[in-house]
Design a protein around this ligand. Structure first.
Ligand code: ZN
Ligand code: FE
Length: 240
């Protein structure tokens, strides 16, 4: 079983330290800043087996080469984006699995924010590492893919068990909540969730990971019924 701990890095990114309870095997997701990631690894026992990358943006990959060299870890990332990721030891695609000790992640191709974006889902532990595809109360900008790409990617997440922990790449929840309340003001679940988010942030606490069930109830992007609705929401958010 995998447990996931957020490691705050850069201004508002999260790297994720994953630990397999049975073996102590450890992985880090999107380690884009060396010092805080090394501190988190050392505090957890100084072992690192695997580096998992979600996509090629610098705020997700910077630091991966240096951390690989320091711990002798293997880097896994999207085969489709191998040309613009650090040199991959393990190149993966839809449906592939990556083992961390006795726990296994399933790779999901989730284009939209970038074309080669992937997510990792650990059924044992119920942990989803979704990078910049799904955010709490939001979704990634369409920098490379289309709204149809993003819609299909979000639908893959919507089909996971509702108690899945959503471990995304940024602490954007409070600003996402402002747009979500503007776009879907009558959603009572959103109103309640946004109030929780506000209280957490006022107390200086993270809002991530969130529960997929909360996103399914409150996140207008995940709730969009079709591509056209998602496209309209995304372009409205870009101008908000
Ligand atoms: Zn990104
Ligand atoms: Fe990012």
């Amino acid at each position: 079983m995998i447990t996931a701990h957020a490691v705050p890095i850069l201004s508002d990114n999260y790297a994720w330290l994953l630990r397999d309870a049975a073996t102590g095997a450890t992985a880090i997701v999107d380690p884009a800043e060396v010092a805080p990631v090394v501190a988190a690894i050392e505090a957890a026992g100084g072992r690192l087996d695997t580096i998992l990358l979600t996509h090629h943006h610098v705020d997700h990959i910077d630091g991966a080469d240096e951390i690989r060299a320091r711990y002798g870890a293997k880097i896994a990332g999207a085969a489709a984006d191998a040309h613009r990721l650090p040199k991959l030891d393990v190149a993966v695609a839809e449906g592939d699995t990556v083992a961390i000790g006795q726990s296994t992640a399933r790779v999901m191709e989730t284009p939209g924010h970038t074309l080669g974006h992937i997510a990792y889902y650990f059924a044992d532990g119920g942990v989803l590492l979704c990078g910049d595809t799904l955010f709490s109360l939001g979704c990634g900008r369409l920098l490379e893919g289309t709204a149809a790409n993003m819609f299909a990617s979000l639908q893959k997440f919507a089909a996971l068990p509702p108690d899945t922990l959503v471990c995304c790449g940024h602490e954007y929840t409070e600003s996402n909540a402002r747009f979500a309340l503007h776009a879907t003001p009558d959603n009572a679940a959103l109103q309640a969730y946004a109030a929780q988010v506000k209280a957490l942030r006022a107390a200086g606490k993270p809002t991530i990971p969130s529960r997929l069930s909360d996103e399914l109830a409150a996140n207008p992007f995940l709730r969009a019924p079709d591509v056209a609705t998602l496209a309209a929401l995304r372009s409205a958010k870009d101008k908000f």
